[in-house]
Design a protein around this ligand. Structure first.
Ligand SMILES: Nc1nc2c(c(=O)[nH]1)N[C@H]1C(S)=C(S)[C@@H](COP(=O)(O)O)O[C@H]1N2
Ligand SMILES: [Mo]
Length: 223
């Protein structure tokens, strides 16, 4: 299901109203509602208190770490296919950072672990003329983009761990992207290919009106 447009004040007030539901019906009921909505619509409920599970397809694809492959190709000297074990052998980075969906929900202090995209790129050696990355998902539909400078940031991560556990299938495991300086939509779930290209190619949500440069607080009408 679509995740809608960035929220303004009116919708934020609506969120506060839904928060009151938790008081009226008890937190257990609220959690049950949130789970139900996540299961049924996959669109994420507008309820406070944590992550939504987003997908633009009808489901949440599953792939085991053993079956996982990440292809990195395009304008590189050494195109390569990485297994989960290969990724685990690269330098590991930890980040603790707030997650921001452009529709207004956030999750504070999310603990991520994984491989910085810049450490991955160092292995495949981008060629002169490389300007951007295209990310692909094994959901078969979702795509995203980053400039090389955005990709090289110290908070642009191929995440294999989230909140001290492996990234679950619902959250895009075994490997998803996390772009800490940008809204959540830049973080491709179920990542299976990174193509190095000569220009930014807008991704799934950018074709539907979101900003290509998705800086938290200064894009999509915020700031
Ligand atoms: N493949 C894929 N990646 C995706 C999405 C999606 O629907 N499909 N949604 C994006 C959006 S808008 C957000 S806010 C985050 C949500 O991550 P979560 O589902 O783990 O909460 O994933 C991003 N990556
Ligand atoms: Mo989002």
């Amino acid at each position: 299901m679509a995740e809608g447009t960035p929220v303004g004040r009116r919708v934020v007030l609506g969120l506060v109203g839904l928060g009151a539901l938790g008081v009226a019906f008890g937190a257990g009921a609220q959690d049950a509602v949130q789970r139900a909505v996540a299961n049924v619509s996959a669109g994420g409920a507008l309820l406070p208190g944590g992550f939504r599970y987003y997908t633009v397809t009808s489901g949440f694809p599953e792939r085991s770490p053993a079956a996982y492959r990440l292809r990195v190709d395009g304008l590189v000297e050494d195109a390569a296919t990485f297994t989960f074990t290969d990724l685990a052998a690269l330098p590991q980075t930890r980040l603790t950072q707030t997650f921001h969906c452009v529709t207004g929900w956030t999750v504070p202090d999310v603990r991520w672990t994984g491989v910085l995209v810049r450490d991955l790129l160092a292995r495949v050696k981008p060629r002169a003329g490389a300007r951007a990355l295209r990310m692909y998902s094994f959901d078969g539909v979702y795509t995203e983009s980053l400039t090389m400078a955005q990709a090289a940031r110290p908070d642009t991560l191929l995440a294999t761990g989230m909140q001290g556990k492996p990234v679950t299938s619902r959250h895009g495991g075994p490997v998803r992207m996390y772009v800490g300086s940008m809204y959540g939509y830049k973080g491709t779930k179920w990542l299976n290919r990174i193509e190095v290209v000569d220009r930014v190619v807008p991704g799934y949500w950018e074709h539907r009106g979101y900003d290509v440069n998705a800086w938290v607080g200064r894009s999509n009408g915020y700031g």
